[in-house]
Design a protein. Structure first.
Length: 118
């Protein structure tokens, strides 16, 4: 059974930092582009950042220069380092594993709440 387990969310003051982690099971991690998305109630889920199998990262304009995505193949884990957090970063953050060639798949984690508030 495929599992993506997120951790690291919580409450932080504006200007603070958090690091999200997402551990993937089995061979899912090595074969997938890994991404972080976020969703605010009533709005569509939006891409925050994605990292390819080769380590190429892409970011939403709203987080460029503040967030960093990385992946550790030894731990089957993808990270999202979030710095200089703003209240508008408040959302549920979801981890995604997606493979679009060969044996395709698209898996989601359960989500972790990030709240930026003073």
């Amino acid at each position: 059974q495929v599992q993506l387990v997120e951790s690291g969310g919580g409450l932080v003051q504006p200007g603070g930092s958090l690091r999200l982690s997402c551990a993937a099971s089995g061979s899912i991690f090595s074969g997938a582009a890994m991404g972080w998305y976020r969703q605010v109630p009533g709005l569509q889920r939006e891409l925050v950042a994605v990292i390819s199998r080769g380590g190429i990262a892409t970011y939403a304009d709203s987080v460029k220069g503040r967030f960093t995505i990385s992946r550790d193949y030894a731990k089957n884990t993808v990270y999202l380092q979030m710095n200089s957090l703003k209240p508008e970063d408040t959302a549920v953050y979801y981890c995604n594993a997606r493979r679009i060639i060969g044996a395709q798949y698209d898996y989601w984690g359960q989500g972790t709440q990030v709240t930026v508030s003073s």
